[in-house]
Write a protein that binds this ligand. Sequence first.
Ligand code: URA
Ligand code: SF4
Length: 207
Amino acid sequence: AYTAEPFVPDRGGLPALRRAAAECRGCPLHRDATQTVFGAGNKDARVMLVGEQPGDQEDRQGKPFVGPAGRLLDRALEEAGIDPSEAYVTNAVKHFKFTQAEPRKRRIHKAPTLREMTACGPWLAAELAVVEPELIVVLGATAGKALLGSSFRVTRVRGTVLEEDIHGRPERLVPTVHPSSVLRADDREAAYRGLLSDLKVAARVLA
Ligand code: URA
Ligand code: SF4
């Protein structure tokens, strides 16, 4: 089976994890992507935000949530009263998966499979073990399935506080939609208000 497990160091903290993840060959997604996009932020962060996978901009720059979805997320976090610079931000899958009709054409995001999410899981588990956040904000269905299993339904649990065992430790989580889904929504304003109201639930937990 595909797995990142043999690539994950058991000591050295976030710097060692980041260096090792750059060399991960745990599943085939490293082949077409530019680079590993590891999580970013402080090891003392009280809140960890988990997205799906890097997008086009993130793949080029090597940092999570630096493209359009990231800008929207930062705006919503600030408006909800969570300082984006104090959050640890990462993704369920660390390499960009895409389709491309021809070389030099636009690269179109493709959802990771369950196998790829499972393969990449050891990195997320290692990040959780180091950062030990008080709260995990789950951004969308893929992150939710990666953390809570395939029965996760974002519409059912968004904006609520969940307490679940994840990789053997009790975690508190607030799920919400993925910020990209706000950008794609017919009614963007309503979708943004929904994201904001979920993030305010997270802000209350942290207050
Ligand atoms: N979408 C994600 O899920 N993660 C990113 O880092 C960027 C866009
Ligand atoms: Fe490793 Fe995850 Fe990249 Fe697959 S997606 S190669 S498991 S870092």
